[in-house]
Design a binder for this molecule. Structure first.
Ligand code: ADP
Ligand code: MG
Length: 456
Protein backbone atom coordinates (compact mmCIF):
# COMPACT_ATOMS: atom_id res chain seq x y z
CA UNK A 1 0.00 0.00 0.00
CA UNK A 2 1.34 3.41 -0.83
CA UNK A 3 0.39 5.41 2.25
CA UNK A 4 1.56 8.73 0.86
CA UNK A 5 -0.71 8.52 -2.14
CA UNK A 6 -3.64 7.34 -0.02
CA UNK A 7 -3.07 10.31 2.25
CA UNK A 8 -2.82 12.74 -0.66
CA UNK A 9 -6.15 11.50 -1.95
CA UNK A 10 -7.52 11.66 1.56
CA UNK A 11 -6.41 15.27 1.98
CA UNK A 12 -7.81 16.34 -1.35
CA UNK A 13 -11.21 14.95 -0.36
CA UNK A 14 -11.07 16.54 3.10
CA UNK A 15 -10.10 19.81 1.50
CA UNK A 16 -13.33 19.83 -0.44
CA UNK A 17 -15.35 19.29 2.73
CA UNK A 18 -13.84 21.97 4.95
CA UNK A 19 -13.17 25.63 4.53
CA UNK A 20 -9.58 26.57 4.11
CA UNK A 21 -8.73 27.70 7.66
CA UNK A 22 -9.68 24.50 9.50
CA UNK A 23 -8.14 22.46 6.72
CA UNK A 24 -4.83 24.28 6.97
CA UNK A 25 -4.83 24.28 10.77
CA UNK A 26 -5.79 20.68 11.44
CA UNK A 27 -5.02 18.64 8.36
CA UNK A 28 -2.40 20.20 6.12
CA UNK A 29 0.57 18.97 8.19
CA UNK A 30 -0.63 15.47 8.91
CA UNK A 31 0.73 12.29 7.39
CA UNK A 32 -0.27 8.65 7.26
CA UNK A 33 2.42 6.42 8.70
CA UNK A 34 0.72 3.10 7.94
CA UNK A 35 -2.43 1.05 8.23
CA UNK A 36 -2.07 -2.19 10.08
CA UNK A 37 -4.60 -4.51 11.70
CA UNK A 38 -7.34 -2.02 10.89
CA UNK A 39 -5.54 0.77 12.70
CA UNK A 40 -4.56 3.90 10.84
CA UNK A 41 -1.47 5.57 12.34
CA UNK A 42 -1.63 9.28 11.64
CA UNK A 43 1.26 11.61 12.41
CA UNK A 44 0.26 15.04 13.70
CA UNK A 45 2.49 18.06 14.35
CA UNK A 46 1.41 19.01 17.91
CA UNK A 47 -0.33 17.41 20.90
CA UNK A 48 -3.33 19.71 20.52
CA UNK A 49 -4.08 18.15 17.13
CA UNK A 50 -4.75 14.79 18.71
CA UNK A 51 -7.56 16.03 20.89
CA UNK A 52 -9.01 18.39 18.35
CA UNK A 53 -9.10 15.82 15.56
CA UNK A 54 -10.68 13.19 17.81
CA UNK A 55 -13.27 15.58 19.21
CA UNK A 56 -14.25 17.21 15.95
CA UNK A 57 -13.34 15.13 12.95
CA UNK A 58 -13.22 11.51 14.09
CA UNK A 59 -16.12 10.32 11.93
CA UNK A 60 -15.17 12.39 8.92
CA UNK A 61 -11.67 10.91 8.98
CA UNK A 62 -12.91 7.35 9.43
CA UNK A 63 -15.49 7.63 6.67
CA UNK A 64 -13.17 9.31 4.19
CA UNK A 65 -10.43 6.80 4.85
CA UNK A 66 -12.94 4.01 4.46
CA UNK A 67 -13.93 5.32 1.04
CA UNK A 68 -10.30 5.03 -0.02
CA UNK A 69 -9.10 1.82 1.59
CA UNK A 70 -12.37 -0.03 1.99
CA UNK A 71 -12.38 -0.68 5.74
CA UNK A 72 -13.23 1.25 8.86
CA UNK A 73 -10.01 1.90 10.70
CA UNK A 74 -9.44 2.77 14.32
CA UNK A 75 -7.47 6.01 14.46
CA UNK A 76 -4.15 6.28 16.28
CA UNK A 77 -2.65 9.77 16.39
CA UNK A 78 1.08 10.08 16.94
CA UNK A 79 3.63 12.84 17.24
CA UNK A 80 6.77 12.28 15.18
CA UNK A 81 8.75 11.61 18.35
CA UNK A 82 6.34 8.86 19.36
CA UNK A 83 6.71 6.83 16.19
CA UNK A 84 9.57 4.66 17.27
CA UNK A 85 8.03 3.80 20.60
CA UNK A 86 4.80 2.82 18.92
CA UNK A 87 6.50 0.67 16.31
CA UNK A 88 8.47 -1.31 18.91
CA UNK A 89 5.47 -1.98 21.05
CA UNK A 90 3.55 -3.08 18.07
CA UNK A 91 6.13 -5.49 16.84
CA UNK A 92 5.98 -7.57 19.99
CA UNK A 93 2.22 -7.47 20.03
CA UNK A 94 2.00 -8.36 16.36
CA UNK A 95 4.26 -11.33 16.55
CA UNK A 96 1.99 -12.84 19.11
CA UNK A 97 -1.23 -11.90 17.37
CA UNK A 98 -0.38 -12.75 13.80
CA UNK A 99 0.75 -16.26 14.42
CA UNK A 100 -2.37 -17.25 16.27
CA UNK A 101 -4.77 -15.43 14.05
CA UNK A 102 -3.28 -16.22 10.68
CA UNK A 103 -3.31 -19.99 10.92
CA UNK A 104 -6.97 -20.07 11.74
CA UNK A 105 -8.41 -17.21 9.81
CA UNK A 106 -6.96 -15.85 6.61
CA UNK A 107 -8.21 -12.43 5.67
CA UNK A 108 -10.05 -12.26 2.34
CA UNK A 109 -8.21 -9.02 1.43
CA UNK A 110 -11.32 -7.81 -0.34
CA UNK A 111 -11.83 -4.08 -0.77
CA UNK A 112 -15.46 -3.44 -0.02
CA UNK A 113 -15.80 -0.27 -2.08
CA UNK A 114 -15.37 -2.19 -5.34
CA UNK A 115 -18.79 -3.59 -6.16
CA UNK A 116 -20.97 -4.36 -9.18
CA UNK A 117 -23.21 -1.48 -8.13
CA UNK A 118 -20.58 1.13 -8.78
CA UNK A 119 -19.10 -0.46 -11.88
CA UNK A 120 -20.42 1.37 -14.91
CA UNK A 121 -21.15 -0.88 -17.88
CA UNK A 122 -20.74 0.09 -21.55
CA UNK A 123 -19.81 -1.52 -24.86
CA UNK A 124 -16.15 -1.91 -24.01
CA UNK A 125 -16.62 -3.84 -20.78
CA UNK A 126 -20.01 -5.49 -21.07
CA UNK A 127 -18.63 -8.97 -21.75
CA UNK A 128 -16.17 -8.72 -18.91
CA UNK A 129 -18.96 -7.52 -16.66
CA UNK A 130 -21.35 -10.28 -17.75
CA UNK A 131 -18.68 -12.96 -17.28
CA UNK A 132 -17.82 -11.61 -13.86
CA UNK A 133 -21.44 -11.53 -12.80
CA UNK A 134 -22.09 -15.12 -13.95
CA UNK A 135 -19.12 -16.29 -11.94
CA UNK A 136 -20.23 -14.30 -8.91
CA UNK A 137 -23.66 -15.93 -9.11
CA UNK A 138 -22.38 -19.46 -9.74
CA UNK A 139 -18.88 -19.76 -8.31
CA UNK A 140 -17.10 -22.93 -9.41
CA UNK A 141 -19.90 -23.89 -11.78
CA UNK A 142 -20.15 -21.68 -14.84
CA UNK A 143 -16.73 -20.65 -16.02
CA UNK A 144 -13.61 -21.94 -14.39
CA UNK A 145 -11.20 -20.27 -14.45
CA UNK A 146 -12.40 -16.80 -15.33
CA UNK A 147 -9.54 -15.01 -17.05
CA UNK A 148 -9.86 -11.22 -17.34
CA UNK A 149 -7.34 -9.31 -19.37
CA UNK A 150 -6.76 -5.81 -20.69
CA UNK A 151 -4.65 -2.70 -20.25
CA UNK A 152 -4.02 -1.07 -16.93
CA UNK A 153 -6.72 1.11 -15.39
CA UNK A 154 -9.68 -0.43 -17.20
CA UNK A 155 -11.37 -2.02 -14.19
CA UNK A 156 -9.99 -5.56 -13.84
CA UNK A 157 -9.16 -5.25 -10.17
CA UNK A 158 -12.48 -3.54 -9.54
CA UNK A 159 -14.40 -6.39 -11.18
CA UNK A 160 -12.47 -9.04 -9.30
CA UNK A 161 -13.21 -7.49 -5.94
CA UNK A 162 -16.82 -7.06 -7.02
CA UNK A 163 -17.05 -10.81 -7.65
CA UNK A 164 -15.45 -11.55 -4.29
CA UNK A 165 -17.66 -9.14 -2.39
CA UNK A 166 -20.76 -10.53 -4.09
CA UNK A 167 -19.87 -14.10 -3.16
CA UNK A 168 -19.05 -13.24 0.44
CA UNK A 169 -22.33 -11.38 0.78
CA UNK A 170 -24.50 -14.08 -0.76
CA UNK A 171 -22.93 -17.30 0.49
CA UNK A 172 -20.74 -18.82 3.17
CA UNK A 173 -17.93 -19.36 0.75
CA UNK A 174 -14.42 -18.42 1.69
CA UNK A 175 -12.80 -16.00 -0.72
CA UNK A 176 -9.16 -15.02 -0.99
CA UNK A 177 -7.88 -12.12 -3.09
CA UNK A 178 -4.13 -11.86 -3.65
CA UNK A 179 -1.83 -10.23 -6.14
CA UNK A 180 0.70 -12.51 -7.76
CA UNK A 181 3.39 -10.70 -5.76
CA UNK A 182 1.70 -11.71 -2.52
CA UNK A 183 1.52 -15.26 -3.71
CA UNK A 184 5.25 -15.23 -4.46
CA UNK A 185 6.05 -13.77 -1.06
CA UNK A 186 3.96 -16.34 0.77
CA UNK A 187 5.58 -19.08 -1.22
CA UNK A 188 9.09 -17.82 -0.52
CA UNK A 189 8.33 -17.93 3.19
CA UNK A 190 7.69 -21.66 3.03
CA UNK A 191 11.44 -22.09 2.62
CA UNK A 192 12.05 -20.44 5.95
CA UNK A 193 12.98 -22.47 8.96
CA UNK A 194 10.05 -22.95 11.26
CA UNK A 195 9.87 -20.52 14.06
CA UNK A 196 10.88 -22.72 16.97
CA UNK A 197 9.47 -20.62 19.74
CA UNK A 198 5.99 -20.37 18.35
CA UNK A 199 5.68 -23.68 16.53
CA UNK A 200 4.80 -21.66 13.46
CA UNK A 201 5.05 -23.68 10.30
CA UNK A 202 5.06 -21.69 7.09
CA UNK A 203 4.29 -24.66 4.86
CA UNK A 204 1.13 -25.37 6.84
CA UNK A 205 0.29 -21.72 6.74
CA UNK A 206 0.67 -21.61 2.98
CA UNK A 207 -1.40 -24.74 2.38
CA UNK A 208 -4.10 -23.54 4.71
CA UNK A 209 -4.20 -20.14 3.08
CA UNK A 210 -4.36 -21.28 -0.53
CA UNK A 211 -6.13 -24.63 -0.43
CA UNK A 212 -8.64 -24.19 2.31
CA UNK A 213 -10.74 -21.70 0.34
CA UNK A 214 -13.63 -21.76 -2.13
CA UNK A 215 -12.62 -18.90 -4.37
CA UNK A 216 -9.11 -17.80 -5.29
CA UNK A 217 -8.74 -14.43 -6.96
CA UNK A 218 -5.26 -13.73 -8.24
CA UNK A 219 -4.54 -10.33 -9.73
CA UNK A 220 -1.87 -9.39 -12.28
CA UNK A 221 -0.66 -12.92 -12.98
CA UNK A 222 1.89 -11.56 -15.46
CA UNK A 223 4.12 -10.81 -12.47
CA UNK A 224 4.32 -14.47 -11.53
CA UNK A 225 7.04 -14.15 -14.13
CA UNK A 226 10.26 -16.02 -14.30
CA UNK A 227 10.22 -17.55 -10.84
CA UNK A 228 9.75 -21.13 -12.00
CA UNK A 229 9.40 -22.69 -8.56
CA UNK A 230 6.61 -20.29 -7.81
CA UNK A 231 4.98 -21.19 -11.11
CA UNK A 232 5.14 -24.85 -10.18
CA UNK A 233 3.55 -24.15 -6.86
CA UNK A 234 0.87 -22.09 -8.51
CA UNK A 235 0.26 -24.96 -10.91
CA UNK A 236 -0.33 -27.31 -7.96
CA UNK A 237 -2.53 -24.80 -6.20
CA UNK A 238 -4.53 -24.32 -9.37
CA UNK A 239 -5.02 -28.06 -9.94
CA UNK A 240 -5.95 -28.65 -6.37
CA UNK A 241 -8.65 -26.01 -6.36
CA UNK A 242 -9.84 -26.80 -9.86
CA UNK A 243 -10.29 -30.48 -9.11
CA UNK A 244 -12.38 -29.58 -6.09
CA UNK A 245 -14.56 -27.31 -8.27
CA UNK A 246 -13.34 -24.23 -6.47
CA UNK A 247 -13.58 -21.02 -8.46
CA UNK A 248 -10.39 -19.44 -9.75
CA UNK A 249 -10.33 -15.90 -11.12
CA UNK A 250 -7.23 -14.53 -12.78
CA UNK A 251 -6.33 -11.18 -14.28
CA UNK A 252 -3.52 -10.13 -16.52
CA UNK A 253 -2.43 -7.32 -18.78
CA UNK A 254 -2.45 -9.72 -21.75
CA UNK A 255 -4.17 -12.86 -23.00
CA UNK A 256 -3.03 -16.36 -21.91
CA UNK A 257 -1.62 -16.83 -25.41
CA UNK A 258 0.63 -13.80 -24.97
CA UNK A 259 1.75 -14.63 -21.44
CA UNK A 260 5.01 -15.96 -22.75
CA UNK A 261 6.76 -15.86 -19.37
CA UNK A 262 4.52 -18.62 -18.06
CA UNK A 263 4.85 -22.34 -18.70
CA UNK A 264 2.67 -23.78 -21.44
CA UNK A 265 0.80 -26.08 -19.10
CA UNK A 266 -0.32 -23.11 -17.02
CA UNK A 267 -1.32 -21.05 -20.05
CA UNK A 268 -3.40 -23.93 -21.40
CA UNK A 269 -5.23 -24.24 -18.12
CA UNK A 270 -6.06 -20.56 -18.19
CA UNK A 271 -8.04 -21.12 -21.38
CA UNK A 272 -10.20 -23.92 -19.97
CA UNK A 273 -12.87 -21.57 -18.68
CA UNK A 274 -13.80 -18.18 -19.99
CA UNK A 275 -11.36 -15.56 -21.28
CA UNK A 276 -12.67 -12.04 -21.47
CA UNK A 277 -10.96 -8.99 -22.82
CA UNK A 278 -11.77 -5.61 -21.33
CA UNK A 279 -11.34 -2.67 -23.73
CA UNK A 280 -10.80 1.06 -23.21
CA UNK A 281 -14.08 2.93 -22.62
CA UNK A 282 -15.49 5.07 -25.43
CA UNK A 283 -16.56 8.68 -24.93
CA UNK A 284 -20.09 7.70 -23.89
CA UNK A 285 -18.91 5.33 -21.18
CA UNK A 286 -16.25 7.74 -20.00
CA UNK A 287 -18.90 10.42 -19.53
CA UNK A 288 -21.10 8.02 -17.60
CA UNK A 289 -18.22 7.00 -15.36
CA UNK A 290 -17.35 10.63 -14.66
CA UNK A 291 -20.98 11.37 -13.84
CA UNK A 292 -21.24 8.43 -11.48
CA UNK A 293 -17.99 9.25 -9.71
CA UNK A 294 -19.12 12.82 -9.20
CA UNK A 295 -22.39 11.68 -7.70
CA UNK A 296 -20.45 9.39 -5.38
CA UNK A 297 -18.43 12.38 -4.16
CA UNK A 298 -21.65 13.96 -2.85
CA UNK A 299 -20.48 17.45 -3.72
CA UNK A 300 -22.55 20.43 -2.82
CA UNK A 301 -21.59 22.20 -6.01
CA UNK A 302 -23.18 21.11 -9.26
CA UNK A 303 -20.89 20.03 -12.03
CA UNK A 304 -22.43 21.04 -15.38
CA UNK A 305 -22.65 18.70 -18.35
CA UNK A 306 -20.11 20.55 -20.46
CA UNK A 307 -17.51 20.06 -17.73
CA UNK A 308 -18.30 16.35 -17.51
CA UNK A 309 -17.93 16.04 -21.26
CA UNK A 310 -14.73 18.03 -21.23
CA UNK A 311 -13.20 15.62 -18.72
CA UNK A 312 -14.47 12.60 -20.65
CA UNK A 313 -13.19 13.95 -23.94
CA UNK A 314 -9.77 15.00 -22.75
CA UNK A 315 -8.56 12.56 -20.18
CA UNK A 316 -7.60 9.49 -22.16
CA UNK A 317 -9.10 6.06 -21.85
CA UNK A 318 -7.64 4.99 -18.55
CA UNK A 319 -10.33 5.16 -15.86
CA UNK A 320 -7.73 5.79 -13.19
CA UNK A 321 -6.81 9.01 -15.03
CA UNK A 322 -10.46 10.02 -15.20
CA UNK A 323 -10.68 9.66 -11.43
CA UNK A 324 -7.49 11.65 -11.01
CA UNK A 325 -8.94 14.44 -13.15
CA UNK A 326 -12.09 14.60 -11.01
CA UNK A 327 -10.12 14.73 -7.78
CA UNK A 328 -7.91 17.41 -9.21
CA UNK A 329 -10.79 19.51 -10.42
CA UNK A 330 -12.55 19.33 -7.07
CA UNK A 331 -9.39 20.20 -5.15
CA UNK A 332 -8.62 23.03 -7.57
CA UNK A 333 -12.07 24.54 -7.29
CA UNK A 334 -11.91 24.56 -3.51
CA UNK A 335 -8.41 25.98 -3.54
CA UNK A 336 -9.55 28.79 -5.80
CA UNK A 337 -12.55 29.32 -3.55
CA UNK A 338 -14.76 29.36 -6.64
CA UNK A 339 -18.49 29.26 -6.17
CA UNK A 340 -19.22 27.20 -9.29
CA UNK A 341 -17.37 24.65 -11.29
CA UNK A 342 -17.37 26.05 -14.81
CA UNK A 343 -15.82 24.88 -18.05
CA UNK A 344 -13.16 27.59 -17.82
CA UNK A 345 -12.21 26.44 -14.37
CA UNK A 346 -12.01 22.83 -15.57
CA UNK A 347 -9.81 23.80 -18.52
CA UNK A 348 -7.49 25.60 -16.11
CA UNK A 349 -7.46 22.85 -13.50
CA UNK A 350 -6.68 20.14 -16.00
CA UNK A 351 -4.35 21.89 -18.40
CA UNK A 352 -1.28 19.84 -17.46
CA UNK A 353 -3.10 16.55 -17.64
CA UNK A 354 -4.86 17.35 -20.86
CA UNK A 355 -1.93 18.47 -22.97
CA UNK A 356 0.13 15.44 -21.96
CA UNK A 357 -1.95 12.93 -23.84
CA UNK A 358 -2.79 14.91 -26.96
CA UNK A 359 -2.91 12.97 -30.13
CA UNK A 360 -3.75 9.38 -29.42
CA UNK A 361 -7.05 9.25 -27.67
CA UNK A 362 -9.82 9.41 -30.21
CA UNK A 363 -10.72 10.30 -33.76
CA UNK A 364 -11.15 13.98 -32.97
CA UNK A 365 -7.65 14.11 -31.58
CA UNK A 366 -6.35 12.33 -34.62
CA UNK A 367 -7.97 14.90 -36.87
CA UNK A 368 -6.59 17.76 -34.78
CA UNK A 369 -3.13 16.30 -34.96
CA UNK A 370 -3.12 15.74 -38.71
CA UNK A 371 -4.61 19.14 -39.54
CA UNK A 372 -2.14 20.89 -37.21
CA UNK A 373 0.76 19.10 -38.84
CA UNK A 374 -0.44 20.04 -42.30
CA UNK A 375 -0.72 23.73 -41.42
CA UNK A 376 2.39 23.63 -39.24
CA UNK A 377 0.75 24.92 -36.11
CA UNK A 378 0.69 23.22 -32.73
CA UNK A 379 -2.12 20.99 -31.47
CA UNK A 380 -2.39 23.24 -28.41
CA UNK A 381 -3.12 26.19 -30.71
CA UNK A 382 -5.77 24.41 -32.70
CA UNK A 383 -7.45 23.54 -29.40
CA UNK A 384 -7.09 27.05 -28.00
CA UNK A 385 -9.25 30.15 -28.19
CA UNK A 386 -6.69 32.12 -30.21
CA UNK A 387 -8.29 34.07 -33.02
CA UNK A 388 -5.45 34.88 -35.40
CA UNK A 389 -6.29 33.73 -38.91
CA UNK A 390 -3.31 31.40 -39.34
CA UNK A 391 -4.82 29.39 -36.47
CA UNK A 392 -8.54 29.94 -36.81
CA UNK A 393 -8.73 28.81 -40.43
CA UNK A 394 -7.07 25.41 -39.80
CA UNK A 395 -9.26 25.12 -36.71
CA UNK A 396 -12.39 25.61 -38.85
CA UNK A 397 -11.17 22.96 -41.26
CA UNK A 398 -10.50 20.58 -38.41
CA UNK A 399 -13.98 21.20 -36.98
CA UNK A 400 -15.48 20.58 -40.39
CA UNK A 401 -13.57 17.30 -40.74
CA UNK A 402 -14.67 16.22 -37.27
CA UNK A 403 -18.25 16.85 -38.25
CA UNK A 404 -18.13 14.92 -41.52
CA UNK A 405 -15.77 12.13 -40.44
CA UNK A 406 -16.88 11.27 -36.89
CA UNK A 407 -20.22 10.87 -35.18
CA UNK A 408 -19.55 13.63 -32.68
CA UNK A 409 -22.23 16.27 -32.15
CA UNK A 410 -21.67 20.02 -32.54
CA UNK A 411 -21.48 20.59 -28.78
CA UNK A 412 -18.99 17.75 -28.34
CA UNK A 413 -16.80 19.06 -31.13
CA UNK A 414 -16.94 22.49 -29.48
CA UNK A 415 -15.69 21.02 -26.24
CA UNK A 416 -12.75 19.41 -28.01
CA UNK A 417 -11.76 22.77 -29.45
CA UNK A 418 -11.10 24.67 -26.27
CA UNK A 419 -14.72 24.79 -25.11
CA UNK A 420 -16.35 26.55 -28.05
CA UNK A 421 -20.05 27.10 -28.26
CA UNK A 422 -21.94 24.72 -30.59
CA UNK A 423 -23.14 27.60 -32.80
CA UNK A 424 -19.51 28.59 -33.46
CA UNK A 425 -18.86 25.05 -34.61
CA UNK A 426 -21.95 25.11 -36.86
CA UNK A 427 -20.86 28.37 -38.47
CA UNK A 428 -17.36 27.06 -39.10
CA UNK A 429 -18.68 23.88 -40.69
CA UNK A 430 -21.07 25.82 -42.94
CA UNK A 431 -18.36 28.25 -43.92
CA UNK A 432 -15.97 25.50 -45.01
CA UNK A 433 -18.77 23.67 -46.86
CA UNK A 434 -19.55 26.78 -48.88
CA UNK A 435 -15.94 27.54 -49.58
CA UNK A 436 -15.12 24.05 -50.85
CA UNK A 437 -17.73 24.50 -53.58
CA UNK A 438 -16.02 27.57 -54.99
CA UNK A 439 -12.40 27.00 -54.08
CA UNK A 440 -10.80 24.07 -55.85
CA UNK A 441 -7.52 24.35 -53.92
CA UNK A 442 -9.30 24.08 -50.62
CA UNK A 443 -11.30 21.11 -51.92
CA UNK A 444 -8.02 19.38 -52.80
CA UNK A 445 -6.51 20.10 -49.40
CA UNK A 446 -9.56 18.66 -47.70
CA UNK A 447 -9.37 15.53 -49.84
CA UNK A 448 -5.72 15.07 -48.97
CA UNK A 449 -6.39 15.56 -45.26
CA UNK A 450 -9.24 13.06 -45.39
CA UNK A 451 -6.92 10.49 -46.91
CA UNK A 452 -4.27 11.13 -44.24
CA UNK A 453 -6.82 10.85 -41.48
CA UNK A 454 -8.03 7.66 -43.08
CA UNK A 455 -11.23 7.16 -41.14
CA UNK A 456 -13.50 6.68 -44.14
P1 ADP B 1 -7.03 -2.37 -13.57
O1 ADP B 1 -7.02 -3.41 -12.48
O2 ADP B 1 -7.61 -2.90 -14.84
O3 ADP B 1 -5.71 -1.72 -13.77
P2 ADP B 1 -8.75 -0.96 -11.75
O4 ADP B 1 -9.79 -1.99 -11.49
O5 ADP B 1 -7.74 -0.75 -10.67
O6 ADP B 1 -8.03 -1.22 -13.14
O7 ADP B 1 -9.49 0.42 -12.10
C1 ADP B 1 -8.87 1.69 -11.93
C2 ADP B 1 -9.87 2.62 -11.30
O8 ADP B 1 -10.91 2.88 -12.21
C3 ADP B 1 -10.53 2.04 -10.06
O9 ADP B 1 -10.68 3.04 -9.09
C4 ADP B 1 -11.88 1.58 -10.54
O10 ADP B 1 -12.86 1.67 -9.54
C5 ADP B 1 -12.18 2.55 -11.67
N1 ADP B 1 -12.98 1.94 -12.74
C6 ADP B 1 -12.55 1.24 -13.81
N2 ADP B 1 -13.55 0.88 -14.61
C7 ADP B 1 -14.68 1.36 -14.04
C8 ADP B 1 -16.06 1.32 -14.39
N3 ADP B 1 -16.49 0.70 -15.50
N4 ADP B 1 -16.94 1.93 -13.58
C9 ADP B 1 -16.52 2.57 -12.47
N5 ADP B 1 -15.24 2.65 -12.08
C10 ADP B 1 -14.31 2.05 -12.85
MG1 MG C 1 -5.40 -4.02 -11.34
Amino acid sequence: MNYDSIWNNFLSIIQTKLTSLPFKTWFADTKLLKIENSKAYIIVPMPIHKKHLVDNYNNLIIETLNSLVGTNCELVFLLSEEIEEELNENKVQNNINNIEVEVEEVNSNLISKYTFDNFVVGNSNKFAHAGALSVAENPGKMYNPLFLYGDSGLGKTHLMHAIGNYIVKNSNKKVLYVTSEQFIQDFIKTNRKDDEDSNFNYVDFFKNKYRNIDVLIIDDIQYLGGATKTQQEFFHTFNNLYNDSKQIIISSDRSPKDLKVLEDRLRTRFTWGLEVNIFPPDFELRSQIVRKKIIAEKLEKEIPDDVIEYIAANTGSNVRELEGAITRLIAYSSMMGSADITLDLAVDALKDTVSKGIGEKNDVHRIQKIVSEYFQISVEDIRSKKRSSNISFPRQIAMYLCRVMTNESFPKIGIEFGGKDHTTVMHSVEKIEKEIRVNKDLANIIEKLKKDIGLV
